[in-house]
Design a protein around this ligand. Sequence first.
Ligand code: ZN
Ligand code: ZN
Length: 342
Amino acid sequence: MKKQDIFNTSAPNKSTAIIEGESSGILNWNDIRMPHMYKLYKVLLLNHWIADEIPMSKDALQYLELDPKEQETFKKQIGLLAVLDSMQTMFVGDVKDYLTDSSLQAIAAIIGQQEVVHNQSYSYVLSSIVSEKEQNEIFEYWKHDPILLERNLFIRDAYQEFRDDPNPQSFFKAVVADMVLEGIFFYVGFAFFYNLARDQKMLGTSQMISYIQRDENQHSYFFGEVFKQLLVDRPELNTPENIQYVYDFIDEAVGYEIRWAEYLLNDIAGIDLDEFREYIRFVANKRLRLMGLAPAYPEAQNVMPWIKPFSDEALNDTKTDFFEAKSRNYGKTSDDNGFDDL
Ligand code: ZN
Ligand code: ZN
């Protein structure tokens, strides 16, 4: 695949295709191929946040009172999230260069920046609650923990294949892997922190996690739109084999996420693993819907009503901060963005 030229005076400003199209390289938001991308751009900007604005002093005290299993899970979840966001920064950068559409390149640039903010937030949380030595140890977990490593390799392989050999088929597979990473692989982690929050524990961390979740949901929306447009632009990719690949990949991802939940949440108070298994399938259905595909698990429901206050709607539809009643300007989303319950 060819990278987008810096500029091309003989090409139109409005791109002709998502990859390998004609595009002058100039960004004119009034003349873009997918006009809803302008709205997404504004939502991403309105959602801006930085970790340093979240007070952590209460969390620092409460962390010491968590039981050892909760502390261990806390650290492993942060260790996982740090790897996911590190991979994302690299992957979004790779994708960006090949998007032959200035508006999509612009949004990829902002998403990449948000992944860096997410990464810093993990360091910020850890620096508030554990020693520097322990912080550094947590950032090593992913290299040695076999369950963590296998699920990360699952994504890494698709991303690396696209980096090594960028072509429409490897791009297709990498976008599917992205939907899993941003749209499924964060969710056990999110739920663990929200479970602590419903006991009024580690509210600073949960607030930060809720901002990350809000961002990831927008990123999933973006890549879902990229996926759908890719199938329109490149109908040769829209084959029964490729669609089956999506379902197989997502089913395998659901298996990894369930194993991760069984590994980490097995005796965490307030967590019911049976509910969790169904919740993960429910989340997977939502990602398929963003990709324009039918649910893989039509029977799956959100059986964890306690998590609904942490949905995007609950966070986006209020100007009052969920956790601290601090006024913030949330970006508004609406139904046509494809967002719904967490
Ligand atoms: Zn992220
Ligand atoms: Zn993301």
